[in-house]
Ligand binder design. Structure first.
Ligand code: SF4
Ligand code: SF4
Length: 57
């Protein structure tokens, strides 16, 4: 997963959307752990398009 952190305003929507609890948001960064199964929910839910999946636009 690629995060465009400069776009992210840390609303937390992606964290809540992840069925795998794979997203962590801290003060500076959005991180993904190995539980991510690339379902794409977080990509769709982000209001500013800050999350991108490698190989998909
Ligand atoms: S792609 Fe799916 S599993 Fe992976 S972090 Fe996003 S919502 Fe969670
Ligand atoms: S949904 Fe988008 S803007 Fe909100 S915290 Fe996640 S990446 Fe950042």
């Amino acid at each position: 997963m690629i995060v465009h952190i400069e776009k992210c305003h840390k609303c937390g929507a992606c964290v809540g959307s992840c069925p795998q609890n794979a997203i962590y948001l801290n003060d500076v960064m959005l991180e993904f752990n190995e539980n991510c199964n690339r379902c794409g929910r977080c990509v769709k839910i982000c209001p500013v398009g800050a999350i991108e999946m490698e190989g998909k636009k």
